[in-house]
Design a protein around this ligand. Structure first.
Ligand code: ATP
Ligand code: MG
Length: 329
């Protein structure tokens, strides 16, 4: 099933998140719009500090001050999460939407067993029969390849890979429709990372949940995602099916990002970084945020902010693609 044929479960439109501070307001997420279909795997990539985690936290309504959603909507299963009451939100979390963070060591409670934490989550959603809770906890642990005896374990008794798996098991307790993952494998060694990714994909194929997966790792993106959203300075500058994005990146930033990663298969070439560094989010350049670093920038780029344009199978925020035609290669 291609995303175009399947049901849209999440619609993010013009989402803006600001961090207010004495030195100014940082626009960490700026007019972000995208849709996610059921069962889809969307990767969110971009340099450190470009707003990936803030975007994920905003979608899950997990932001805390000084972060604030200043505009936009996050419509999940027909409800606007931004305007939802805390009570409605509590009912929805875990059951329909769950979150897996980068470090399970921080997300898991160090003084409670895995069982106690799983039972608490189930109880919070009305499942107070210990027999049912035990059976489901054992089932989800087995799904992620952990022996259910570890229900009695504490986080520090598990390896890093097992802790991340336990977090994923917890995220699966209620078979949610959407799981948000913020670099869930980045603390693991390459072998553990690979095996966890394969497992996530298998579970997704079996259970059909959609994933938004934040990562720095372009090789994970190319192997595991269906679609990619590239972020730069708080904005999504290109959204495209993964294969097309890797075959023919459109936005000059996406091109730079791909050139910054060594190819596993292609000929050996010198890896080029992107010169310069991302802008200060409290003091953005006039016009396109990327123009000061862009090898293809012209005067047009500082004249005004580029609109999000449809081009081929992509949405791209660059004047080169305005009007659906490429402005020369
Ligand atoms: N607690 C905070 N207070 C003020 N500004 C913040 C805070 N947290 C984040 N920011 C701002 O938001 C921007 C985006 O941060 P975010 O953590 O979302 O980036 P990221 O893309 O997830 O980075 P990384 O790849 O390093 O995890 C930062 O560049 C910073 O300007
Ligand atoms: Mg982050």
């Amino acid at each position: 099933m291609t995303p175009a044929e399947s049901r849209v479960i999440l619609e993010v439109s013009d989402l803006c998140v600001d961090y207010a501070s004495s030195s100014g307001t940082a626009k960490a997420v700026d007019q972000v719009s995208f849709e996610l279909s059921e069962g889809e795997f969307l990767a969110v990539v971009g340099e450190s500090g470009c707003g990936k985690s803030t975007l994920l936290f905003a979608i899950a309504r997990l932001l805390s001050p000084p972060a604030e959603v200043s505009d936009g909507k996050v419509v999940f299963s027909g409800q606007n999460m931004v305007a939802m009451s805390d009570k409605a939100l509590r009912a929805l979390r875990w059951r329909d939407l769950s979150v897996v963070m980068q470090s399970a060591m921080n997300a898991l409670n160090p003084v409670s067993s895995i069982r106690a934490q799983f039972f608490d989550a189930m109880k919070a959603h009305g499942e107070s029969d210990p027999k049912v809770a035990r059976a489901r906890s054992q089932e989800v642990l087995s799904m992620v390849g952990i022996d259910p005896v570890h229900l009695a374990s504490y986080a520090h008794q598990l390896s890093g890979g097992m802790r991340q798996r336990a977090m994923i098991a917890m995220a699966l307790l209620f078979s949610p429709e959407l799981i948000l993952m913020d670099e869930p494998t980045s603390a693991l060694d390459v072998v553990a990372q690979r095996s966890l990714m394969v497992q996530i994909k298998q579970l997704q194929a079996e259970l059909g949940f959609a994933i938004i997966f934040v990562t720095h790792d372009m090789s994970l993106v190319s192997h595991f995602s269906d679609r990619v959203a590239v972020m730069y300075a708080g904005q999504v500058v290109e959204t495209r099916p993964t294969r097309s994005l890797f075959d023919n990146p459109l936005h000059p930033y996406t091109r730079g990002l791909l050139d910054s990663f060594p190819s596993v298969y292609g000929p050996k070439v010198l890896v080029e970084g992107i010169p310069g560094s991302p802008p200060d989010l409290t003091d953005l350049p006039v016009g396109c945020n990327f123009s000061p670093r862009c090898p293809r920038a012209t005067e047009r780029c500082s004249a005004g902010e580029p609109a999000l344009c449809e081009f081929d199978d992509a949405l791209v925020r660059c004047v080169l693609y305005e009007g659906g035609t490429a402005g020369g290669d």
